[in-house]
Structures are given as structure tokens and as C-alpha cells.
Ligand binder design. Structure first.
Ligand SMILES: Cc1cc2nc3c(=O)[nH]c(=O)nc-3n(C[C@H](O)[C@H](O)[C@H](O)COP(=O)(O)OP(=O)(O)OC[C@H]3O[C@@H](n4cnc5c(N)ncnc54)[C@H](O)[C@@H]3O)c2cc1C
Length: 562
């Protein structure tokens, strides 16, 4: 069984019954209003589903009967909760639409296939009956990747929710690979692998609500990507179902037999077929996990340390450096959430004294370093990384920040819904570039975000804030991840978001960054893909899609745009 959809929020993040500690914390909201230059915050609750009229169903009864005959009556859903749940992904833009109840497109049927044969038959049926097909894993896309769009002449949308195809088919303990169906959720996959002593090690922040197929199709990155790699690194091979039939990529450890077809699958976002099976590389489950914190006087010195670590060949799982604004924001945010006892006040007074003795004033940057593996390797990497960090001016603050981050590593998305209930906008975007260009790109994107939020300000004195971190690094470069918070312009929120997003995307393209390091393209980034791939590159990709899907059934509007 998949997770019962009613247990997951259809218009927000995570478990429907997740305990909300934030909404009632007046100190947090007063502080937030102050930071954003506002006199106070507004109440902007979401529209309940009962008050929302969904677009009419477009499929005739005979079509629904035919779909039931293929997938089984229980696996074809047309009720409002399922349609609303699958109407968008989970980006800020998506939540604006869902919470306002302005759902202008919803799937006409949600189908839960149980095996590849059903997927093939559904695709053939969609092809013959001019229907669009949207592959859907966890629906955690933040780029419009699962929006139920139709292509020219198409009369309806079938969303294929893949989460009943969730079995581990085989584990090859000799080669350290597993062959797995695509709809398995993160926790289910890791539990089963770890019971056998293995791990894939792919832990995106959306881990609990995203699936293997979505990780591959969106070319994602887990928080420990330094050790376990992005999806393109750990994918060995895949099988895909398309309107033209199935195709399979090579599964060799290495080959010189022409270009590798397998490189087409990560990032294909459903345009080259529905992934029905993926073979992935495994690691032995780590015996030890060591997460620690370090402080730097500024982002520049921290960056130099991240680069030195990335170029050191040490087996680090994660190196995460927050800039001054992110470090300050999270410190304040978490201390407002914590109970201020006499003990914690004394502790923080001692901490400030220690910080100033190390030359760290109010503005400093937090770095978290995670190391996973066998005890001996971890001990060696911990000592070496500590020495490298020290040589770059980093100050070791022990395991406590690392432990706190690790324990709460999937929690911060839960802050978005309460923020949206208080009239705030909050979004993230990410890019990557070579090390030599990181400072330029960082400044340009930050400036574009700050300037466009100022231009979109709702009242005199109101402002937005930007926080940045580096969390995926390579010998030749790194990703930059931006979070921005701003007062919402009620009534024109989508236009406001689009203006800010465009400004940041233009800055990324103009300053040598990729339009996405791990979120993917979907609809939101499609206008910028052409500049990155070039005319012939785009033609090659489009030709590949047309070869397996001549009528454009598969996920219309994503990747290549409308
Ligand atoms: C709070 C939050 C935190 C996030 N953190 C991260 C992060 O740390 N790292 C990261 O990489 N991403 C992150 N994301 C983005 C998102 O979780 C990833 O893109 C994830 O890989 C999507 O997986 P999913 O199963 O939810 O896929 P979906 O959202 O269902 O689909 C994503 C894309 O893949 C396609 N697709 C899905 N399944 C298949 C299939 N079987 N065959 C073909 N195409 C398919 C869809 O059509 C769509 O285009 C985050 C998102 C949120 C909301």
C-alpha cells in the first residue's frame, strides 16, 4: 500500500497531523515582523477544500471504465481529495495556488499502476485517446514538474501515481547494486536496505515524501551527496515505459560502446518515459556518523575551507556552510523557539565571551561537517578535516550543532505553512558554478533577490531577507542555495513571486550558473534551459522525446516548455 493520501497535507508540507509548535509562538512572529520591517503580520489562512470548486472532469464514463479495466477499479481515483492532492507539486508557487483555491487544472483521473505491464497499457491508451500522462512519485516537485498540463489537442490528464510500484526487486550483494521499483518512498527504501546492511544514502530534505523515481527523474541530490552522489552518480541503469514501448539503458560498470544512454534518464522529468525500474549503487551502511559544527568569521573564509575539503579526497558525507544572514536567522529563529531558562541564558553569555575571544563578533558563519563510514575512516577524516578547517580560520564548536541539525534535518519545511498563514512569502532556489565564479554568482543572485523584493515591497520600510548556504561541493565547484522571505502582496502574490523568480533566474543565467543544481526544470525553469543546452542540444533532447513519444503524451510543458 502507498501512504494514505489523507494522512499527508494536500495544500502544504508533510503529515497532516504534524504537531505545529510555531503558529502559537507570538515571539517568533513579532521578531519576524520586525526583521521584515512590518508593523505586524496578517492572518492569511488557506481555503478549505470544501470551499473549492475543482475544474470539471473531462473523461467520459467509457474512458473511465477502460482505465479501470487496465489498472483495477480501486486504482482509478476521481474524488476531490485525490484530484486536489495531485493538482500541483509543493513549491511556494504551488502552495499559493492551492491555498487560494484557484485550482484551474487538476488531473481527470489519478491512476495507481501496480506493474510495468499496466503502465505500458495506460500509455498506449493515452496515446490513442489524446490524453496527457503525468508521472507522479511523491509530488514534492518544486519546479512545476507534476502540473496536470495538456498538450495541443489533448482532452484530459491522467496522473500516474507510481507509489504502488514500491518493491525492491533484487539486491546484488556481490556487485553492491539494488534493482528497485520507482514508487518506493525514501524511508521504506532505506529501512529495507539497512535491514540487509546497505544504504543508498540519498536523503533529500523531502526524503519522507519523495520517491526513487522522482529522485532520478528530477536529477536530485541528497544532503549527504558529497559521499553518496547525486542521482546521476548512483543510477546504474533504468527501464522506461513509453507510448512507443519500453526501453532500457545499459547496466555496465563502464563502457566505451558509444555515448551512454543512461545519462539521458536522470533529469528526463517524465519526457522520455515512465521509469518502471531503476538499478542503483549501494554502499555498506555506515557504522559511524560524526556531525560537527565550526564557525568562521565570514562566508569568504568558510568558502575557502569548503573548497579545500572538496579538493582533499577525504570521504566526507556533507559540508554545509551558511552565510552570515542564514547563520543569524537560524540562531534567532531556534532560540525564540527554545525555552529561555536561567541555564540557557548563562550558557549563551559564556558562548558570546568565547566567540569574541576567537575574533568572532555578531556576524559569523556556521559550517557543519558530516562524516559517515567505518570507525577508523571516520576518525581519520575527522582529524584531517579539522586540521584543514583550522588552517582556514575555522573554530571547532563540537558535536552539538551537528547533532541538532541531524535530528531536525527533515523538519524545517514544516515552518513554511505557518509562515504562509501569516502573510509571508518564502521560497528557495539553487544553482551551481565553478569555484572561481562562486563569489560573483553569490553576490549577483543575492542582489537580484534583494532588489526585486524591494521593488515588490508592500509598504514603506518593508523588506525581504535572503539567506544562503553551500551544501553540495565538488573538486571544481559547488552549489549555492538561497532561501528568501518577504511580505506577500496580497491579491497579486503570483505576479510578485514571478517577478522575484525572474530576476533571480536572469542573474543566474547572466553570471554563469546552472538554472538548477538539483530541483530540476519542470515548467518554472523551462524558459532558461535553451540558453544552457544550446540550439542543437535542445533539438537532440526534443528528438529523443519524439522518438519514444511522437504525440507528446508524456508530461507536456515540462523541461522543453509549452
Ligand atoms: C520541502 C522540500 C525539500 C526538498 N529538498 C530537496 C533536496 O534536498 N534535494 C533534492 O534533490 N530535491 C529536493 N526537493 C525537491 C523534490 O523533493 C525532488 O525533486 C524529488 O526528487 C522529487 O521526488 P518525488 O518523488 O516527489 O517526485 P515528483 O515530485 O512526483 O516528480 C518529480 C518529477 O519527476 C517525474 N517523475 C516522478 N516519478 C517518475 C517516474 N517513475 N518516471 C518518470 N518520471 C517520474 C515527475 O513527472 C516530475 O517531473 C525538495 C522539495 C521540497 C518540497
Amino acid at each position: 500500500m502507498t501512504i494514505d493520501r489523507k494522512r499527508i497535507r494536500w495544500n502544504g508540507w508533510g503529515w497532516a497531523d504534524h504537531e505545529d509548535h510555531l503558529s502559537g509562538n507570538a515571539a517568533v512572529w513579532a521578531w519576524m515582523a520586525d526583521v521584515l520591517g512590518l508593523g505586524g503580520l496578517m492572518a492569511t489562512p488557506a481555503t478549505p477544500l470544501e470551499d473549492i470548486e475543482l475544474p470539471p472532469l473531462r473523461l467520459p464514463a467509457a474512458t473511465l471504465d477502460a482505465l479501470r479495466a487496465i489498472a483495477g477499479a480501486d486504482n482509478v481515483r476521481i474524488d476531490d481529495y485525490e484530484r486536489a492532492f495531485h493538482a500541483r507539486g509543493r513549491s511556494y508557487h504551488d502552495l499559493l495556488i492551492l491555498r487560494a483555491g484557484r485550482i484551474d487544472a487538476a488531473p481527470d483521473a489519478i491512476i495507481y499502476p501496480e506493474n510495468e505491464a499496466q503502465v505500458v497499457e495506460l500509455l498506449r491508451f493515452a496515446d490513442e485517446h489524446a490524453l496527457a500522462v503525468i508521472p507522479y512519485g511523491g509530488g514534492s516537485s518544486v519546479v512545476g514538474g507534476v502540473n496536470p498540463a495538456t498538450g495541443p489537442g489533448q482532452q484530459g490528464v491522467l496522473t500516474l501515481d507510481m507509489t504502488l510500484m514500491n518493491r525492491i526487486r533484487a539486491i546484488d550483494e556481490v556487485s553492491l547494486t539494488a534493482t528497485v521499483e520507482p514508487g518506493i518512498y525514501g524511508p521504506d527504501l532505506e529501512r529495507q536496505l539497512q535491514e540487509r546492511g546497505f544504504t543508498l544514502g540519498h536523503y533529500p530534505q523531502s526524503f519522507e515524501f519523495s520517491t526513487l523515481g522522482g529522485w532520478v527523474a528530477a536529477r536530485g541530490a541528497g544532503q549527504q551527496s558529497n559521499r553518496y552522489g547525486k542521482a546521476e552518480k548512483w543510477l546504474v541503469s533504468a527501464r522506461l515505459a513509453t507510448p512507443a514501448g519500453t526501453w532500457t539503458t545499459e547496466g555496465f560498470p563502464a563502457s566505451a560502446a558509444g555515448p551512454a544512454l543512461g545519462t539521458l534518464v536522470p533529469g528526463s522529468e517524465g519526457r522520455l518515459g515512465v521509469i518502471t525500474e531503476a538499478t542503483v549503487k549501494l554502499h555498506r551502511a555506515p557504522a559511524v556518523k560524526d556531525y560537527r559544527g565550526y564557525l568562521f568569521k565570514d562566508f569568504d573564509s568558510g568558502q575557502a575551507a569548503v573548497r579545500a575539503l572538496a579538493q582533499s579526497d577525504l570521504p566526507l558525507a556533507m559540508v554545509r556552510l551558511s552565510d552570515e544572514d542564514e547563520t543569524r536567522f537560524f540562531q534567532a529563529f531556534s532560540s525564540l523557539g527554545a525555552q529561555k531558562t536561567i541555564g540557557t541564558r548563562i550558557k549563551s553569555a559564556i558562548q558570546s565571551a568565547v566567540l569574541s575571544s576567537k575574533g568572532l563578533g555578531k556576524d559569523f558563519c556556521l559550517m557543519l561537517v558530516g562524516i559517515e563510514g567505518e570507525a577508523e575512516d571516520v576518525a581519520y577524516a575527522a582529524a584531517r578535516s579539522r586540521a584543514i578547517i583550522k588552517a582556514h580560520g575555522g573554530f571547532h564548536v563540537g558535536r552539538s550543532p551537528g547533532r541538532k541539525w541531524y535530528e531536525g534535518r527533515f523538519n524545517s519545511p514544516y515552518a513554511r505553512d505557518p509562515m504562509m498563514d501569516h502573510g509571508l512569502g518564502v521560497d528557495t532556489l539553487e544553482t551551481a558554478t565553478r569555484w572561481s565564479n562562486i563569489p560573483t554568482l553569490y553576490k549577483a543572485v543575492r542582489k537580484a533577490l534583494l532588489d526585486s523584493m524591494a521593488a515588490e515591497a508592500t509598504s514603506p520600510g518593508a523588506r525581504g531577507i535572503v539567506m544562503t548556504h553551500i551544501s553540495h561541493s565538488y573538486p571544481d565547484g559547488a552549489s549555492l542555495y538561497f532561501t528568501f522571505v518577504f511580505p506577500r502582496d496580497l491579491g497579486r502574490e503570483v505576479e510578485q513571486w514571478q517577478a522575484i523568480k525572474n530576476a533571480a533566474s536572469e542573474a543566474i543565467a547572466a553570471h554563469g550558473g546552472t538554472i538548477s543544481h538539483h530541483h530540476g526544470v519542470g515548467t518554472d525553469h523551462a524558459p532558461w534551459l535553451g540558453a544552457e543546452k544550446g540550439e542543437h542540444g535542445m533539438a537532440l533532447l526534443r528528438t529523443a522525446a519524439q522518438t519514444v513519444d511522437p504525440k507528446g503524451v508524456m508530461n507536456p510543458g515540462k523541461l522543453f516548455g509549452a
